[in-house]
Design a protein around this ligand. Structure first.
Ligand code: NAI
Ligand code: MG
Length: 491
């Protein structure tokens, strides 16, 4: 069925959500773009500027200081966030259609995987928040102290387009649950689901002003938010380039807290001591290609021992034909488009660069019907790659996998760690000592052994080096959205 027809039954809200109301951008500006699933032009989403960000932050600050949210008990906030998760579930189809419409990622990928994960994340954090404790020091004679978690105040969230609701939920849920007021700046490529969230937060009982959405361009709305003097923390997912700018903005303004999740170039090591070579190839193909490679933790550098290389690469190539992109709204398609013309051009330039750098490029020959003008890219497997090539070093964010053949696991781990990034990676081996050694030595925030992507909400997510600072997910994520405050008491 063509799910696009269903989108018509929903009134698409395109305005900003500030202080509990939908409003146009103060200067009437809108976002205009070409949609990737069929190349049509689309415009009308509010493009917020400084004035709108100021308004959103002022309303967030006022409501934060009023205490109507920040002084609720954790279990009261938990009930409201659980209600919000239920509402997201009721509106799952609508949210999935909006995200598909804007980003071109396959509808069923959103409806069966991404949105359920976002909802599960909200529930995970809500269920956890009233099980947290503060600390106290051991009594010292007549003195003692409590070390409390206190909210930051107004926090800014700046999110990407590649998995809009998941990344947003990872941030807004712990931020709100800790008592903060939130101003969210979604990516200009994927604003509609975030805007829709506004009305759901109201229905769930979140007071006006506690959750605001200021859609707009990064250089305007995003920058203003990160520079704002009344914003006490900015939590970002996106490119390393912009992540570094966010740090600068914090330094130029009020030294606000910064947390960044900035992508990667995930190493995927397969040892000669791995007994399940075919499985390793199947798991790699799925995790690399299911969203056209537009995943920060995608395992985009396969590092394969020469003695298992031929078997591995032959399974990988045949698996890659399962991830041929097609029409995004067709419920039989698992893979849709890349997000934009810009991303389409960028990824294709890297595929050309691969040949120029001397790599061999394999593309599956199968194709699927899709609208003329759809920005789809079939998987590309690059062989004869060495780790000095740009295609092995730079984040491509497309279905482009660099494969590097190695003589030993010593060489494999040194190549794996020779990267500016360190987000996620994998080691496949059935030798217990090698497993222990390589997983410990891999320089990354998340290392999978004989698997990929099985981690759930209980595991912190975030990287080392230029993959960023700070972690999303797990109960540790709450710490990002609060400060510690010591009250030292003498009796
Ligand atoms: P980006 O880093 O420019 O955008 C991410 C978010 O930051 C968006 O909300 C954007 O509006 C905002 N932003 C952009 N410039 C800003 C500024 N000066 N101040 C404040 N906020 C700003 O990412 P973009 O341009 O969409 O994609 C480019 C590349 O970035 C991709 O090809 C990919 O390699 C990487 N990327 C990584 C992601 C990840 O999950 N780590 C997500 C998205 C992109
Ligand atoms: Mg950008």
């Amino acid at each position: 069925m063509d799910m696009l027809n269903k989108l018509n039954i929903y009134q698409i809200e395109k305005r900003a959500y500030i202080n509990g109301e939908y409003v146009d951008a103060s200067d009437g500006k809108v976002i205009s773009k070409t949609l990737s699933f069929d190349g049509r032009e689309f415009s009308g989403i509010a493009a917020c500027s400084k004035e709108d960000v100021d308004k959103a932050v002022a309303s967030a600050k006022a409501v934060y200081e009023s205490g109507v949210w920040s002084k609720k008990t954790p279990s009261e906030r938990k009930e409201i966030l659980l209600k919000l998760a239920d509402l997201m579930e009721e509106h799952l189809e609508e949210l999935a259609l909006l995200d598909t419409f804007e980003t071109g990622r396959a509808y069923i990928n959103y409806s069966r995987d991404s949105l359920p994960k976002a909802i599960e994340a909200v529930r995970y954090f809500a269920e956890a928040v009233d099980k947290l404790y503060d600390e106290s020091i051991p009594v010292r004679g007549t003195d003692t102290a409590v070390i409390k978690k206190v909210p930051l105040g107004v926090v800014g969230l700046i999110t990407p387009w590649n998995d809009p609701m998941v990344v947003t939920a990872w941030k807004f849920a712990p931020a709100l649950l800790m008592g903060n007021a939130v101003v969210l700046k979604p990516a200009e490529q994927s604003s509609l689901s975030a805007i829709c969230l506004g009305k759901l937060t109201k229905e769930a009982g979140i007071p006006d002003g506690v959750f605001n959405v200021v859609p707009g361009y990064g250089e305007e709305a995003g920058k203003e938010l990160a520079l704002h003097k009344d914003v006490r923390g900015v939590f970002f997912t996106g490119s390393a380039e912009i992540g570094k700018k966010i740090m600068e903005y914090a330094g130029q303004s009020n030294m606000k807290r910064v947390a960044l999740e900035c992508g990667g170039k995930g190493p995927y090591i397969v040892s000669d001591k791995c007994n399940r070579i075919a499985e390793a190839a199947v798991v790699l193909a799925k995790n690399m290609f299911y969203n056209q490679g537009q995943i920060c933790s995608a395992p985009s550098r396969a590092i394969i021992h020469k003695s298992v290389y031929d078997e591995f690469i032959s399974v990988l190539k045949s698996e890659s034909s399962k991830y041929i992109p097609g029409y995004s709204f067709d419920e039989t398609n698992e893979v849709g488009c890349v997000v934009s013309r810009e991303q389409f051009d960028k990824v294709n330039r890297y595929i050309e660069l691969a040949s120029e750098e001397g790599a061999d490029v394999f593309r599956p020959t199968v194709t699927k019907d899709k609208p003329e003008g759809a920005y789809c890219i079939s998987p590309a497997i690059l062989e004869n790659v060495n780790n000095d090539m740009r295609i092995a070093r730079e984040e491509i964010f497309g279905p482009v996998l660099a494969v590097i053949k190695v003589d030993s696991m010593e060489e494999a781990i040194s190549i794996a760690n020779d990267s500016e990034y360190g987000l996620a990676g994998a080691v496949w081996t059935d030798d217990v000592n090698e497993a222990f050694d390589l997983t410990n030595r891999m320089d990354a925030g998340l290392v999978h052994l004989n698997s990929y992507g099985n981690d759930d909400n209980s595991s912190p997510f975030g990287g080392v080096k230029q993959s960023g600072i700070g972690k999303d997910k797990s109960v540790h994520a709450f710490d990002k959205y609060c400060d510690s405050k010591t009250i030292w008491m003498h009796f």
